[in-house]
Design a protein around this ligand. Structure first.
Ligand SMILES: O=C(O)c1cccc(C(=O)CC[C@H]2O[C@@H](n3cnc4c(=O)[nH]cnc43)[C@H](O)[C@@H]2O)c1
Length: 229
């Protein structure tokens, strides 16, 4: 993102939006200059896609288009790559449960011939961001249902052995960005391990703090033009 590039960050809920805003404020006090808008678009891929598409269209109509879109928030981490409290940056944003379930197993929508199953962030930019943030780097899975059993976690890991995190909005944000011809990133802070549901083990506060720290560094890390990735 160059100095003139406007950045749209989409989170699910207000607490994530506020954590991102706190990080951006910290970055500005350190001298980082970035035109960034942050939207809490709702939980799940459909809400995220609708909110992202609306924000992009409004900016385009106002003559102040965005140059880059980021899906950000908390996530489940796949062990050992992404422990609780760590950050994850997507090298691919994957629709992990969009497709068809048959007796032969799951077939992704792309293999059914009905569209895209994953979006690729700019490789050099996302890799550089992961390095700057000290984040794990790999596929981030988008699901419509939070994984709650070891069996489901195992199924996802077998299908996506390099996956680092699971969340619910990235693919929706990426679809809206792709429709607008814009590059997309996904940055997640790990609040829990993907697997058996244990709400007592969730560390949402720690994840939100990690998200704030990440966005304190992000504008400086993005001071490149994603068009020349
Ligand atoms: O199991 C529960 O009752 C429970 C407790 C706290 C949060 C939830 C959610 O459904 C959070 C979904 C929300 O947060 C993201 N997120 C965080 N961890 C995960 C995960 O392991 N798998 C998928 N999404 C996760 C997600 O992006 C949503 O915005 C449930």
């Amino acid at each position: 993102m160059t100095g003139s590039g406007r950045l749209l960050v989409v989170t699910a809920v207000a607490a994530e939006r506020d954590a991102v805003l706190a990080g951006l404020a910290r970055g500005r006090s350190a001298g980082a200059q970035a035109a960034v808008d942050v939207v809490a678009g709702g939980v799940g891929p459909a809400a995220a896609a609708a909110a992202t598409a609306t924000a992009l269209a409004r900016a385009q109509a106002a003559g102040t288009p965005y140059a880059l879109v980021v899906s950000a928030g908390i996530a489940g981490g796949f062990a050992p790559a992404a422990p609780v409290g760590s950050l994850a940056v997507a090298d691919a944003i994957v629709a992990a449960d969009l497709g068809a379930e048959t007796s032969a197993g799951f077939t992704p929508v792309a293999e059914l011939g009905f569209g895209t199953s994953e979006h690729r962030p700019p490789a050099a930019l996302s890799r550089r961001l992961a390095d700057v943030l000290g984040a794990s780097y790999g596929p981030v899975l988008t699901v419509s249902t939070v994984t709650g059993t070891a069996e489901r976690a195992g199924t996802l890991m077998r299908r996506h052995p390099a996956a680092v995190a699971e969340a619910m909005e990235g693919f929706g944000v990426a679809e809206a960005a792709a429709a607008a011809g814009l590059p997309v990133l996904e940055i997640r802070a790990v609040s829990n391990a993907v697997g058996p549901r244990d709400r007592a083990a969730w560390r949402i506060g720690d994840a939100l703090a990690a998200l704030t720290a990440a966005f304190g560094k992000l504008p400086a890390a993005l001071e490149v033009d994603p068009e020349h990735d």
